[in-house]
Design a protein around this ligand. Structure first.
Ligand SMILES: [Zn+2]
Length: 467
C-alpha cells in the first residue's frame, strides 16, 4: 500500500510540539512520525503549518443548527426565558423537518465542524419518527440520513441512538415529543442493533446508545440500557444533571440524585459519558470518578441555555476525564469550548490558571511550571475519542490518520513557537487558522474550505428560510 509523508514546521504529539517533523500515512493510519530530515521524492510539504490531532465533538444535535438566531429574545407570552422555554422552540423545529431537511441541516452542521478542525462527531440522535409520530418504514430512516450527511462531508461519526419514552416522572410523553418516543425498551434496543448491523464494517461509522436522560426514561429502561451496553461493548451517553429541576424530579422518583440512580441501575461505567453535569450534588462527582465515567462539557451551549457552571476543578481533581461537544450548535467553536472551562473557574474564584493545579506533567515539563493548556488539551480530542469508543485523539504511530494543519502565518497564530503552541491553541486560536483537515488519511478540507461548501450551505439555507 502506498504511503504519503507530510512535512510540517511543527507537529504536536503527546510529548510536545516538534519543529520540522514529518508524519507518514498509509491507508487510514499514521505509520511513522519523526524528524523530517532531507526531503525525499514524493514528500508533501504542507509548509508553515502546525499539525495537530483532529478535534472531537462528542455531543451534537445536528438539526438544532436551525435554531440559530431564533431563540435570542423574550417571548411576550413566556417572559421567564430559560432552558425549558428554549426547549419548546426546539420542539417546534423538530416537529417540522422531513428527512431531506434533516439531512441538509446535518450536512451544514458537519461542514462547519470539519472546517473548524473537527474530525469525529458523536451525534446524540433522538429525532426518530415521522412528523405525525408514526415510525418510518425503516425506523432508523433519520439516523441513516444523519450518518449519510457525515459521510458526504467526510466526518467520522458515532451515531448515539437515543432511547426516549416519556415526558418525565409521572408524565407521559407530550404531543411535542411524538417524534422521539418508543413504547418499550426492547424495541428501542433492537433498533440500535438494527442500525449497527446496517453500518457494520463501514469505515468511519459506529453506533452507541443513549438513554436520553433520567427524566425521559424510567429506571427499568436505564437498567436495560446499562446491561445492553456492557453486553455489546457499546458506549452509553446520557444527559445528566443539567438543570436543578431535573434533580428535584429525580429525587422525587428515585430518592437519589441522577448519577446515583445511574450507578445503582448499572448504567455508570468507564464507557459511560454524562453530558453536562453542571449540577452535581450529594457525592455525584465522587461516583463519576469511582466509576471512571467521562463528562462531556458543552460550554458554548450551556452558557447559551443558562445551564450553570461545570465544576471542572472538582472533577479534574478527582481524575475524571472531560471531553466536549457543541451540542445545540448555537456556536461551533471547539477552541472556545475548551477555554471557557478554565475561564468560568477564573471568574468565580477571581484567580488565574485555576486548572493548572491538575497539570499531569504533560510533555514531561521539567521546569516545575504547571501549564493550564496541558490540562485542557486532552479534552479537545483524546478524551472525546475515548467517549465515542474510537481509537486516536493524538498523533501517534498506529493511530487513525485524523489530523489538521494550522497556518502559522495566519494572524491569530503568528508568533507561535514549539513551546507556546499549545497555550496559543487553547487560549487564542480559532477556526481561522485551519487549513487542511484529514480524516482517515483522506483530505476533506483544503485551504480552510470544504469542496462542497457552496452546495451544502445553499441547501441548508433553503431549509431554514422555509422554517
Ligand atoms: Zn444534548
Amino acid at each position: 500500500m502506498q504511503s504519503t509523508r507530510y512535512r510540517a514546521a511543527l507537529v504536536l504529539t503527546p510529548a510536545g510540539a516538534h519543529r520540522d517533523w514529518a508524519l507518514t500515512v498509509q491507508g487510514d493510519r499514521i505509520t511513522a512520525l519523526g524528524p523530517a530530515g532531507a526531503a525525499v521524492p514524493g514528500d508533501v510539504d504542507l509548509g508553515d503549518v502546525a499539525l495537530i490531532p483532529g478535534l472531537v465533538d462528542a455531543h451534537s444535535h445536528a438539526f438544532q443548527r436551525a435554531l440559530r438566531g431564533r431563540t435570542q429574545h423574550l417571548d411576550a407570552a413566556r417572559p421567564d426565558a430559560d432552558f425549558w422555554t428554549w426547549r419548546e422552540a426546539m420542539y417546534r423545529v423538530a416537529l417540522r423537518l422531513d428527512p431531506d431537511e434533516v439531512e441538509a441541516l446535518a450536512r451544514l452542521t458537519f461542514l462547519e465542524l470539519v472546517e473548524a478542525g473537527v474530525t469525529a462527531v458523536g451525534e446524540f440522535h433522538y429525532l426518530h419518527h415521522q412528523p405525525d409520530g408514526r415510525p418510518y418504514a425503516d425506523p432508523n430512516e433519520l439516523a441513516h440520513r444523519v450518518i449519510r450527511a457525515a459521510q458526504a462531508v467526510g466526518l467520522r461519526i458515532a451515531l448515539l441512538r437515543v432511547l426516549y419514552h416519556r415526558g418525565g416522572y409521572q408524565r407521559p410523553a407530550g404531543d411535542a415529543q411524538r417524534r422521539f418516543v418508543e413504547s418499550d425498551v426492547d424495541t428501542a434496543l433492537a433498533r440500535v442493533e438494527a442500525l449497527a448491523a446496517a453500518w457494520a464494517g463501514t469505515r468511519g461509522v459506529s453506533v452507541g446508545l443513549a438513554p436520553h436522560s433520567v427524566r425521559a426514561v424510567p429506571g427499568e429502561w436505564l437498567a436495560a440500557a446499562g446491561a445492553h451496553a456492557r453486553a455489546t461493548g457499546r458506549v452509553l451517553h446520557v444527559h445528566a444533571c443539567e438543570q436543578p429541576a431535573e434533580l428535584a424530579e429525580c429525587r422525587a422518583e428515585h430518592g437519589a440524585e441522577p448519577v446515583a440512580v445511574l450507578e445503582s441501575l448499572g448504567a455508570l461505567g468507564p464507557r459511560t459519558t454524562l453530558v453536562h453535569a453542571t449540577w452535581l450534588e450529594d457525592g455525584a462527582a465522587g461516583r463519576i470518578a469511582a466509576a471512571d465515567a467521562l463528562v462531556c462539557a458543552c460550554a458554548t451551549t450551556e452558557r447559551d441555555l443558562g445551564d450553570g457552571f461545570l465544576p471542572a476543578d472538582d472533577l479534574l481533581g478527582r481524575g475524571v476525564r472531560l471531553c466536549r461537544g457543541s451540542d445545540s450548535h448555537v456556536r461551533i467553536d471547539p477552541w472556545e469550548d475548551l477555554r471557557i472551562i478554565e475561564y468560568h473557574e477564573r471568574l468565580q474564584r477571581v484567580r488565574r490558571n485555576v486548572l493548572a493545579a491538575h497539570h499531569p506533567r504533560w510533555g514531561g515539563a521539567a521546569d516545575g511550571d504547571r501549564h493550564t493548556a496541558a490540562v485542557l488539551w486532552p479534552i479537545a480530542a483524546q478524551h472525546g475519542a475515548q467517549a465515542l469508543g474510537l481509537a486516536g485523539g493524538a498523533l501517534a504511530v498506529g493511530a487513525p490518520a485524523d489530523f489538521v494543519s494550522l497556518d502559522l502565518s495566519e494572524p491569530t497564530l503568528a508568533g507561535a513557537q514549539a513551546d507556546t503552541l499549545l497555550a496559543e491553541l487553547v487560549f487564542s486560536a480559532d477556526a481561522r487558522a485551519v487549513r487542511d483537515v484529514f480524516v482517515g488519511g483522506r483530505r476533506v478540507v483544503t485551504g480552510g474550505r470544504h469542496p462542497q461548501r457552496a452546495a451544502i450551505v445553499a441547501a441548508a439555507r433553503r431549509v431554514m428560510a422555509a422554517l
